[in-house]
Design a protein around this ligand. Structure first.
Ligand code: SF4
Length: 343
């Protein structure tokens, strides 16, 4: 298989691909720049998130934090508030850490080599490859879900792509391809665009695809069978009782320390099967609520978890500080997305 791939790779038609890209690519703000800082921010935002969702966040983020120094000098909580709603917040904590690292160790100069990019928190092979190829026009593979889909269909690659060793192998093949391309920047961007616009997860528009003449997925009429992934993600179901508690006119909140949504505020929440057990658990945490009133049931789905939340409103008569936070205006703080739904 690998030998066959190498032969086809040498013949991959960059002319048709680049022509298609020139005519069809979307004019996205973060694709019209070669500023590595902007490209980095957009790539972090685009992880697990749709382009349409990212666009308004990207513009306001760049306005607030126009360079790495401004980002590094802003506290993490304020940065998290700016991206509230995008989910998967570990990426933004890493982004902030990386900005602080650049500020403290690199005199605010964004790294310009693949090796140095990989030293930054949260930057892996894909993001480093995307920055190197798009910002610096250097031939480094940027293999994301879109590119995996296009390549596995194009070559009819039947490897289990949920395995890291197979993704690494495909990354090497993509590296060979990009090294043979006249422009690394346009190759990376055009593959991303083909994946987003033409070779989509559940639909292919092969008749308008520049790969139509060579693509095995099209020739064999089996494109939608690829990529192959044998791993299924098991979701854990959790039942929570959530209490919107007020002390006088202020909300009582806690700040999450768990890995999931770390640093975000949330209402008081306990995992429980019954209200009485939940109230008991709260008491053990030092919160004695009065008159809980049922409000609603809210559900939220994360990648690995499903939260079913029974929401109650209640008051406390004792000041719960300093273990908990008293907040006036919920709009001013970053709130865990699952609890933002409750408000
Ligand atoms: S020809 Fe069809 S299957 Fe092949 S890459 Fe293009 S859209 Fe995907």
């Amino acid at each position: 298989m690998l030998l066959i791939l190498c032969d086809i790779i040498k013949n991959m038609n960059s002319k048709e691909l680049f022509k298609w890209y020139e005519k069809n690519h979307r004019k996205l703000k973060f694709r019209e720049t070669k500023n590595p800082y902007h490209i980095w921010i957009s790539e972090v935002m685009l992880q697990q998130t749709q382009v349409d969702t990212v666009l308004p966040y990207f513009s306001s983020f760049i306005e607030k934090y126009p360079d790495v120094k401004t980002l590094a000098k802003t506290d993490l909580e304020t940065v998290l508030k700016s991206v509230e709603g995008l989910g998967y917040y570990r990426r933004f904590r890493n982004m902030h850490k990386a900005a602080v690292y650049i500020h403290e160790n690199l005199e605010d100069i964004f790294p310009s080599t693949y090796k140095d990019l990989l030293k930054l928190p949260g930057i892996g092979r894909y993001t480093a490859g995307a920055i190197m190829s798009i910002a610096y026009d250097q031939p480094y593979s940027a293999l994301d879900g879109n590119v995996i889909r296009v390549l596995t269909r194009y070559f009819n690659i039947d490897w289990d792509m949920s395995l890291e060793k197979n993704r690494k192998l495909l990354d090497q093949k993509n590296q060979e391809i990009i090294e043979n391309m006249p422009s690394a920047n346009i190759y990376t961007q055009s593959m991303m665009e083909i994946g987003a616009l033409v070779c989509r997860p559940t639909e292919t528009k092969c008749m308008v695809c520049p790969f139509k003449d060579e693509c095995l997925g099209y020739k064999n009429n089996n494109a939608l069978e690829y990529p192959i992934s044998l791993k299924k993600i098991a979701k854990v179901e959790l039942t929570y009782f959530v209490f919107i508690v007020t002390y006088h006119t202020k909300y009582v909140l806690r700040k999450r320390t768990e890995k999931l949504l770390e640093g975000f505020y949330e209402f008081l929440q306990v995992e429980s099967e019954s209200l009485s057990e939940a109230i008991e658990s709260l008491e053990k945490l030092g919160i004695s609520i009065k008159n809980p009133k049922y409000s609603k049931k809210v559900k939220h789905v994360f990648t690995h978890q499903f939260w079913s939340m029974e929401v109650y409103e209640a008051v406390v008569n004792e000041n719960p500080e300093p273990e908990y936070y008293l907040i006036d205006d919920l709009e001013k703080i970053p709130i865990a997305i699952a609890h933002r739904k409750i408000i």
